[in-house]
Design a protein. Structure first.
Length: 136
């Protein structure tokens, strides 16, 4: 507290908004609960433990069965990958994968060209959404 009037604002990775990179969406022929279970099955090493995300990521936020946010970083980049699930009728769900990232310095710019500019990121995310839809 500052002089008993307000809280000290602690700057954290979670509070910073990284630059927008892209968003991909897919319609799934399953309700949101089934799609959520499929998301955890595809993304997590152990679907019963959402913290078991792929290496390079950490669980940033979770709001079952609506939102799963992952965050990570290394010397060339800081990034988030957020999955959002929305009902599209009683038996259909739209799942979105939103990516935000920053790529500092010359090394970051090269890394961005390799990962984003090459189209590799887009292919991986779209493949992941197809796998989630197939598992639903």
């Amino acid at each position: 507290m500052l002089a008993g009037r307000c809280h000290v604002l602690v700057r954290s990775f979670h509070m910073e908004r990284l630059p927008y990179i892209d968003e991909h969406a897919r319609s799934v022929d399953a309700n949101r609960d089934r799609t959520w279970k499929a998301l955890l099955k595809v993304v997590c090493k152990n679907p019963a433990d959402p913290a078991t995300v792929p290496s390079g990521f950490a669980l940033d936020a979770i709001d079952p069965p609506h939102r799963l946010a992952l965050a990570g970083g290394h010397r060339f980049s800081r990034y988030t990958l957020t999955f959002e699930l929305d009902d599209d009728g009683p038996r259909h769900t739209v799942i979105r994968a939103k990516t935000r990232a920053e790529f500092p310095g010359v090394g970051g710019a090269i890394y961005q060209a390799l990962v984003i500019g090459s189209g590799g990121h887009k292919l991986v995310v779209r493949r992941m959404l197809r796998r989630i839809a197939a598992a639903s």
